[in-house]
Design a protein. Sequence first.
Length: 571
Amino acid sequence: MARIYLKLGQILIKEGFITEDQLNKALAMQVEEKGRLGEILVKLGFISEQDMIAAIGKQLSIPYVSLGTGHLKPAVDQGLEELIVKDYAQKHCILPLSRNLNSLTCTISDPFDLILLDNLRKMTGCEINPVIATKADIEEAIDKFYSKSDVLKQAIRESYHMDKTFTREEDMDQIDEGLSLDKLIEKAEEAPVVKLVDLIIGQAIEERASDIHVEPFKDRINLRYRIDGKLYEIPPPAKHLHLPILSRIKILSNLNIAEKRLPQGGAFMVKAKDRNIDVRVSTIPTIWGEKMVLRILDKESIKTDLASLGFDERQLEDFRKAMRSPYGLIFLTGPTGSGKTTTLYAALNEVKSPHKNIITVEDPVEYRLDGVNQVQVRPEIGLTFAEALKTFLRQDPDIMLVGEVRDLETAQICIRSALTGHLVLSTLHTNDAASAVTRLIDIGIEPYLLLPSLIAIVAQRLVRVLCPECKEAYEPTIDKIGDVKIEADLIYRPKGCAKCNNIGYKGRISIAEVMLINDEFIEAIIHGASIKAIRDLAVKHNMRTLYESGIKKVEKGLTSLEEVLSVALGG
């Protein structure tokens, strides 16, 4: 053991934490007190506990983590709190971080305790992958993890033992006849239901979820969060709480709790960490009851800086050039959830000024922009996109944003507005930039009207960003994917760690193509050019395609090749 301690002392000297004289004093004291060298050095005040633990980690080739780096955050969806219960974790100062098959990453403060490591191996049935941290950091992380997960897990466990009175399906049918409605309201306002709804929404916000799905089936409820575009299941509450949970959310959203046969939509606001978060609610009837989706709109998380969205330098320059045009039509294309609205908001945020009158018409207004006049369409009272746009032209606008071109009338008004001196921005659902032109012509727009007004089309998708803490490099086995050469010796793939909840990705970024319309495009389109011909012409003018944009993100280590192939090519 003396040889090991001497190595620790040498590491500490080499790192500049202690001097030779301090080491000798500690070794002398160790002979008398029979303690560990590191503990003695801390006791003498020669070194901090953090520096000592970091040095031990270096000595044993064990990673050192701390609360400050965010690495002491266990995965929340792996049942870790049941694998190692709170009492055991507190008693032995250990914290499970993530599990991958039969490998468990666990934080410990004493890597020399081989009996503890062996007991952990036997208790969990996993090989232990240790990381090291200070006792203080582990204890604080234990309190945070077990208290948070305990609250939600306990509430869900308790839901299976709650009173089932008035939650049978045959009883709920009475609501359609107007009976016992007060009982349902009373059930929805019970403290356990209120607490459970608050916890479900709170954890979704904590996990950066964009949507919560509450789905009824014959004998269970499904509860899922959409995080970075992917759905993940979480432990659901008991089936008999389906209606009370939905009723509670309907009450918050000012919806009709007695209506179960027709779709409904509403909204409410929650406060989390001193910020207001909008929650948009939608219900649809299914054969097993109402399904509800809650869309979480966190204004603080929206990126209003165009440069931070993922456009490369050339794309950003082209997009900004189009936005500086005094008039014309700019379209953003892509499927639902591809970040079109965020890009439009960022673009408006960049050009807004006291000298410009900006008006938007949206369905719905997802985020409120300071200094921008935003209008929500209301088809039930006749306020459609087309009707709002007709009024806009009498509001002296400089820039107009139309949430989506859905029909010929809306498209015609957008084009007329662009031709009469306004900058108009809108969205279309097409696969790429080239397809947008033929889509507009297909819905009835005459090319001789469209082409003089159209100045740019931007197509985009969102790809998941690799977790910077755990992504791992590897050498690609092929140097070409399609016609695009990968100009990097190493690229990265997901691995999974506690910081990304063992997913391997954290956050999303845009891949895009920006197509500026010029006379050559106009000539080609007038002569009936195909989508492929338009795309080839755009590439000839140095347009980077969605696929090429994604490959550049792969080369920079921002995302994985598999993610780009899945998003850009549907592979």
